[in-house]
Design a protein around this ligand. Structure first.
Ligand code: HSE
Length: 331
């Protein structure tokens, strides 16, 4: 097929990383439109990504203030809308409306945005089915780890009894730095923010909400449940003291924020847990680690980078190439 045309909404860390990779690698994908929170740009023949990135760096804008996301959705030529604006866990907006608008026009959608998928997965999937297009969201859970693909396809035929592990890179980074370098909680959080791992509102990370949203997404999309954030029992790491970590270390243990879906009991929880230092889920820095407990394959653990610009873009690209191969980019 011809090159896959994509329009990107959101030009922060993830959007820029994605654009760079598409410009650098010969993936058969071209970008015809980009919007950030204040401006947008359209070129149906394919944008000059280096030029847009330079403009963004110099002016803070990727394009013209008259080009809105809605204008892009309605007027640009694209096969896939890539929605990578920041997550709003309460309303899912404005991303939810952008995604609905594209799906109702029969456009495929790839998103890294957890809000819309956690809040309205079933509605969005039905819209995609009704309009003969694909909705893909691999980047919403565990960044670079292909966890959704692994659970939906790689472990197909297995009964999944539990899914549990480290789902938030920012908390894992903070806990690692507190444990290994004896930083205070505040120092470690500051570092995580400076390195760009935290959500735009970092309370989502440290209060365990980001991990809980990821559990809701897995529960609803992989296990067919109908859970909301209110169904998750959540304890974050915002009250974590250096003393608590010190005590665990004295005992040869450490602390990690663990999310768990018990598929048999249909319960979801997020809480700090004391684990032996050599436990498979005790990964360092922004790594995520997820174990699926299954009836046939036993325990399968995937470990990889759960946050970061190129890492998240990796998951988006795998969704885009899946659409290119399986849907012919036919919208
Ligand atoms: N803030 C998230 C994290 C980014 O730290 O894991 C990826 O969802």
């Amino acid at each position: 097929m011809d090159r896959l045309k994509i329009a990107i909404l959101g030009f922060g860390s993830v959007g820029k990383g994605l654009a760079k990779i598409i410009a650098d690698k010969n993936l058969g994908i071209i970008i015809t439109a980009i919007a950030d929170s204040k401006s947008g740009i359209i070129d149906n023949k394919g944008l000059n990504v280096a030029k847009v990135l330079r403009a963004k760096k110099k002016t803070g804008l990727c394009g013209d203030t008259s080009v809105t996301p809605q204008k892009i959705i309605e007027t640009a030529e694209y096969d896939v809308l890539v929605e990578v604006t920041p997550t709003n866990a309460t309303t899912g907006q404005p991303a939810l409306d952008y995604i609905k608008s594209a799906l109702s026009r029969g456009k495929n959608v790839v998103t890294s945005n957890k809000g819309p998928i956690a809040l309205e997965y079933k509605v969005l999937q039905k819209m995609a089915d009704d309009n003969d297009c694909l909705l893909k969201y691999e980047a919403t859970v565990c960044g670079a780890i292909p966890i959704i693909h692994a659970l939906q396809h790689g472990l197909a035929g297995n009964k999944i009894k539990k899914i549990y592990g480290v789902f938030n890179g920012t908390c894992n980074y903070i806990l690692t730095r507190m444990s290994d370098e004896k930083l205070t909680y505040k120092q470690a959080l500051l570092e995580a923010r400076e390195l760009g791992y935290a959500e735009s509102d970092p309370t989502y990370d440290i209060k365990g909400i980001d991990a809980a949203i990821k559990l809701v997404i897995l529960a609803n999309t992989v296990l067919g449940f109908d859970k909301t954030l209110d169904d998750v029992e959540i304890t974050g790491i915002d009250n974590m003291s250096s003393d608590a970590i010190g005590l665990a270390l004295e005992d040869g243990k450490t602390i990690r924020l663990i999310g768990e879906i018990d598929a048999e009991r249909e319960t979801l929880s997020v809480a700090p847990r004391i684990l032996p230092k050599n436990h498979i889920l005790v990964v360092k820095d922004t790594l995520n680690a997820v174990t699926a407990r299954t009836d046939l394959a036993g325990d399968v653990t995937l470990i990889g980078k759960g946050a970061g610009s190129f890492e998240t873009a990796s998951a988006i690209i795998s969704d885009l190439l899946y659409i290119k191969e399986n849907h012919g980019g036919r919208n």
